[in-house]
Design a binder for this molecule. Structure first.
Ligand code: AMP
Length: 176
């Protein structure tokens, strides 16, 4: 069963393409952002710990995220395969996955949805209207998330390129 991770800026289409890819390959789709927002909405302990971070556009700590993904994958872990949207977002998260004892498994394919910085704001303004995400509506928070992407997440591209599993797709096109 195939293990796929999606990498791309906020608004690059991970949440649009992820479910399509997952359905085509008959593997689960998991968005860590969706999981965290559901926890915030439900008012759980985890939700209370992460809501301020999400609203500021900061990352949730790596150890917490690894636990969240392991829990969300459930008992079968990586055995059913997956399409992960929003994880890993740091090199440390990617390295944890690759440890031989990790229930998350090392990805087979990393899909980079390439979208220029300049296209992000327009897409997120639209998503803020449609989905009501507070972290999309505030331009300062969007800027913060873009900076976090550049600093923390973009290094994953070289990491996966070196491993020979990076596939880059032009994300600046209509979804189909
Ligand atoms: P997303 O829906 O992927 O844009 O994620 C929304 C927010 O959830 C991010 O801005 C982070 O605050 C948090 N988040 C989601 N996935 C991760 C992750 N892998 N590591 C750290 N924070 C995350």
């Amino acid at each position: 069963s195939v293990l796929i991770v999606l990498v791309g800026r906020p608004g690059s289409g991970k949440g649009t393409q992820g479910p399509v890819i997952a359905e085509r390959l008959a593997v689960p789709y998991l968005s860590t952002g969706d999981v965290l927002r559901a926890q915030v909405a439900a008012g759980t302990d985890l939700g209370r710990r992460v809501s301020a971070l999400i609203n500021r556009g900061e990352l949730v700590p790596d150890d917490l995220m690894v636990a969240v993904v392991a829990e969300a994958l459930g008992d079968t872990g990586k055995d059913d395969g997956y399409v992960l949207d929003g994880f890993p977002r740091t090199l440390a998260q990617a390295q944890v996955m690759e440890r031989s004892d990790s229930p998350l498994g090392a990805p087979d394919i990393a899909v980079h949805l390439a979208l220029p910085d300049t296209a992000v704001h327009e897409r997120l303004v639209r998503r803020a209207r449609e989905d009501g995400r507070a972290d999309d509506a505030d331009p300062a928070v969007v800027d913060r998330r873009l900076r976090v992407y550049t600093d923390e997440t973009e290094p994953l591209l070289d990491h996966y390129r070196r491993r020979g599993i990076l596939v880059t797709v032009d994300g600046d096109q209509p979804p189909d």
